[in-house]
Design a binder for this molecule. Sequence first.
Ligand code: GCO
Ligand code: MN
Ligand code: MN
Ligand code: MN
Length: 383
Amino acid sequence: KYTPRPEHRFSFGLWTVGNRGRDPFGAEVRPTLSPVEIVRLLAEVGAWGVNFHDNDLVPIDATPQERDRIVREFRQACEDHGIVVPMATVNLFFDPVFRDGAFTSNDARVRAYALQKTMRAMDLGAELGAKIFVLWGGREGTETDGCRRPDEAIKRLRDAVNFLCEYSLDQGYDYKFALEAKPNEPRADIYFPTTGAYLAFIETLDHPEMVGVNPEVAHETMAGLNFMHAVAQAWEAGKLFHIDLNDQLPGRYDQDFRFGSANPKAAFWLVKFLEDVGYAGPRHFDAHAYRTEDYEGVKDFARGCMRTYLILKEKAERWNADPEIQALLAEIKETDGEAFGKFSKETASALLARQFDRAALASKGLKYERLDQLTMEILLGVR
Ligand code: GCO
Ligand code: MN
Ligand code: MN
Ligand code: MN
């Protein structure tokens, strides 16, 4: 019943199940898996797709011959195991050259190199069938705001994204770009800290229709925000091109926990939203296993992400079908009649003249306590 199937569109990055458990205080605890081995692992646990940064697949200093061999073997592994590549991205954060930003660096040569690296990553993704290209600017930020004016950084990012859109059109790649916001880590502050900030930025681009967002549970949660609300705004704007699922406790370092493991209730509302609106894009788990695990534990982690999603999906169906919940919702909607309609001189003066019984409007209990308790009982498995 909770078995992942291709139609669920569950994907993982090479860097997620391939994460070796290094952290700022300790070295790797798991051996390196090759991209081909990771594809095999993903097939074994029942995933549908695999995503990668350019350098997860092809080392930054690979020769063209090495690149072609790696791509050939990876493509073969994907074909053999029935794994697709829905999304590709570019690593603009690991190499020291990006220590002060990539597209927003003060050094024009670094900005040019970042653009070249991204075009090559787009070539690589397109070669393997990716239709979504994620841009996460992990180093686009500051420790000291003495280094540049943030509005200058915004202009530089706009120039870069405009260039990349034209490149995609020129090459016939048909990419949708998905911008991923994060408030901090690895920089002290990262520009465009929230999904909402990117949604506003997108409208200032030359090709806003080609660009959307890739919201991540952990990132909005690190900022202390309601992730599902950010997702809903992106969805309503037609901009939910991709999503990074994981989990995170507020106020901590970037944890990348197994989906649903830290805030199952928030995960429930999120899954319910995605399923209710019919989000049809990839459900990508940008998370990694605890540092305590070996690769059997990594499989437990990956299976757990998908299984929790499917359990919550079933809970959402149960919630939608629950007669008591539906009765409460009907009651809530009862007074939902049209509020004011479209503006005209007549509707405005009619509204100005209307009498409201404020006390009566404020006096009725809304039964949200009951509604939430019923939700909890579904989640806790007694309903
Ligand atoms: C993070 C980010 C990254 C990006 C990835 C895709 O916190 O490290 O979420 O995992 O999603 O680089 O561009
Ligand atoms: Mn993240
Ligand atoms: Mn992370
Ligand atoms: Mn992410």
